[in-house]
Design a protein around this ligand. Sequence first.
Ligand code: HGY
Ligand code: MN
Ligand code: MN
Length: 412
Amino acid sequence: MKERAERAIAGCRRIALMTEEMGRTTRRFLTEPTHAVHALLRERMEALGMRVAVDAVGNLRGLWLPRGAGEKRLMLGSHIDTVPNAGAFDGVLGVMLAIEWVGIAKELRLPLGIEVTAFSEEEGMRYGVPFLGSRAVTGTFDATMLKWRDADGVTMDAAMRAFGLDPGKIEDAAIGDDVIGFVELHIEQGPVLEAEGIPVAVVEAITGQTRLNLRFTGQANHAGTTPMHLRRDALAAAAEWITKVEKQIRKAATTTDPGLVATVGRIVVEPNAGNVIAGSAEVGFEIRYGSSAARHRWTKKLVGDAEAIAKRRGIGFEWTERLDQQTVRMDRRLSTMLKAAVNGCGYSVRTIPSGAGHDAMVMAAHVPTTMLFLRSPGGISHHPTESVIEADVEASLNVGREFLMRLAKEVG
Ligand code: HGY
Ligand code: MN
Ligand code: MN
């Protein structure tokens, strides 16, 4: 397994160099470097004898159908897009390990069909809405999004056509009822496994999240000649709201709503010049919490705060919801089998909730789904220092061997 682990890690490091931005890893939905990622994945899949195709939203899909395989297949996979200045393992490692799991199934001559899917978009960076790849695979892609524009004004439809895809065929990407289940391998992206000194864990649930875009509109003007009491400063309004959000959520997270998190990670200011009072400030906001009712209550409260601040400052305000994804529990049967495989390899069996979102939360509404986490050294992710431990990658391959043998026996 050591060789497989080394190959998976090396593959992730190579793919990390396939980026939109020199010197750092940034690979948004269907941008140019995605072609090189597809070429590398296709080469590895075809070397195993898998049939490879790209669907209408750019998911790369490899199919392993050995002699004697039943009509239902196991699906494995994760995403190949990244956040800006990303690490080398978020998403991609899950695809690399899925390909190695196929190699293991092939070596064991298991009569088990497996599809490996490299989802084209999970992070939501280019069009502000995540899970485009898994939405198409589950037949839940909303075609009205095709008109949405990215920061350069390129519509989703045009981006797909520029990549060589036909948006008219999105429906063909959807799976039927011939899937046993979906397993996603992924780094934990948090501190728990490292703190407990364990290599892998089975995910029990994925925390729900709501994502909003908020826009404060004031009046751009000269920074030197406009008296303070005559200003309608959009950035100052947004800043007042952001600090109010942080203060309230920090308090709630230590009292009424333990585990609640809310983040403003993006702000776009116009005209964004040091000597001009900001005319507009667009804010990307997200809130994550297990209870949808409590998350919706907080969302309503915080939007109300923004409206009140805007009104008092004479600032325009509007907002749109980009995502409201409820908490999703993983499939009991598949998770039990995965835990038995972890135990069978002699690793301690730990189940863990995921604070990060994953394609598994979209797939879980349509097919039995579970996830295997690998330890994140330093608990770091969405950052270039994101890493994995080779021995943990080997552990995930050993678990794969155990799991695939159990699954093949059960469906055989
Ligand atoms: O943001 C997330 O939870 C994931 O990394 N897409
Ligand atoms: Mn991510
Ligand atoms: Mn991810």
